[in-house]
Design a protein around this ligand. Sequence first.
Ligand code: CS2
Length: 517
Amino acid sequence: MTPVRLSQATLDQALARPQVSGPVVDPTAVTVGIVHLGIGAFHRAHQAVFTEDAAAATGETGWGILGVTQRSASVVDQLAPQDGLYGVLTKGADSSSLRIIGSLRGVAYPGTDTSLVLATLAAAMTHVVTLTVTEKGYRADGDGALDLSDDDVRADLAALVSQMRGAGETSDLAAGRSPIGLLVRGLALRQAAGGPPITVMTCDNMVDNGHVVQALVGQFVEAGAVLSAQGDPADSAAELERWADLRTWLAESVTFPCTMVDRIVPATTEAHRAEAQALTGLRDDGLVVAEPFMQWVIEDSFAGPRPAWERAGATLTSDVAPYEQAKLRMLNGTHSMLAYLGALKGHRLIADAVTDPELEAVARTLLLDDVIPTLQAPPGLDLAAYAESLIERFANPSTGHTTIQVAMDGSKKLPFRLLGTVADALAAGRVPLGAATAVAAWIAFVTRGATLSGEPLILDDPMADDLRAAATRAGSDPDALVEEFFALDAVFPPAIATHPAFRTAVAAALTPLLAPA
Ligand code: CS2
């Protein structure tokens, strides 16, 4: 028998069950005030929960979310038949709970729903755009330059130019797939319609994330203006003015706060769905799973109204940098190290990796000897205690967070989470041995494509071809591998790539990881 799906019509059945809690807002009374680009599991388990709690605290009904997926229409199939309702299955080390969230008021996929997304970005009732599109979603190179050779970026640039010419929305279904492109097209429509100021807030794990996104938006507009100038000269004076107006409006009416986001959200499995179904009695294809811990630090720089996220436990501050640096370097840096070393040793779960005494020792070296000396502690945070709390969170076995999930996209993640530590330590005259081991583990993970005992490991990385080519050129000699990988300037900046003592440390750490199976 096909199980009944969670939806507005069946919600009461789920809420009648003892261990299930329900939306703290009335989903049918909530209207959209936020557009979220990248409606994956992380947003659903993090910002959507904070937003719903904030709305419940104030009684405001204007903070519903339109979630946009740019990678796969299957997210629409998961959530649209459920009227946007989904459960968050929170898994502590020895307890679980299920909460249904009602703030997601629509899900859209560009191509089929581009007009809806653009119109909502332009709508006066929309005040905030949030993004979780992952590091690679921004289509930027190592220096933060927008990749103008990317097909999705080019399709959106062409769409922006025709929009600016007054040709309206393009019917090109290929457009709308680059987050920055879709965002800028929506902002341009908003400006043309005389819309109110708006806040664009990225929640991705990048250093100085708000400024990164602001710079990419600026580059996208400049590339659009250049492309437009190559077109029909007849209309050029009016067109130039429109581009100038857009630039002015962006500078005056849009802010890009920096944020630090934190919650461990593993990929949802069929076992999780079965567990949730046993609790609610309903099938939930939009289910997400998370650890109990959640934290959000937001730069208080908003262009217009925002949900009262501080009422839901978020920290609003004038300077996110110390929080962001501590979290990226300590949590994410150590996470990646455990992912590569753990995967190589055949550990499926992060929890298995961090409870392997050998790996726990390297994690402590990275945290305590390498990272902490590079940090300025955020107000009220004891960094050594924070390190211990991270090891404890990683060791929670019940989330089922896998090493292979965290290992994904290393070429895009390492610069933000690990190489800042390396650069600062080297500049201070120290060779960070834990970080050298982490870099070596990544190189070995890529090079072997298998665990130390020969079980295959999948490489999922936008630079996979370049990485495999570097590995093939180098063969199995550690010094040659360091030479080839450090030449990848999209990953390693010159100050690290050319540092003799760091190269030696990485080659030394690589040697045992290259032993034949
Ligand atoms: C992880 C993060 O997959 C990864 O790269 O390091 O998703 C991590 O779980 C979150 O940033 C925790 O806040």
